[in-house]
Ligand binder design. Sequence first.
Ligand SMILES: [Zn+2]
Length: 82
Amino acid sequence: MNRLKFVKQMPFTSLHDNIKLEVGLWRADQNQCELAGKTNCDDSGLYYGTLDQREPKFCARHFYQEVISCEGTGVYKLVDEK
Ligand SMILES: [Zn+2]
């Protein structure tokens, strides 16, 4: 059984083309990273995504390296609400 378990909402949001998405931290027994296999994943069992369980999840490495940095194009940003 491999179920995503919600851990917490992070104290920042992701900003992409003026669309803000809340960032959630998730835990799972098996790798849930959408970019698994491209390069090695963070194997801590923690995953980042939105607060919606059905949306893609990424390990810490790929969330920050590939999703947020968009492989260097800098399209996504992490911003504070307050
Ligand atoms: Zn990964």
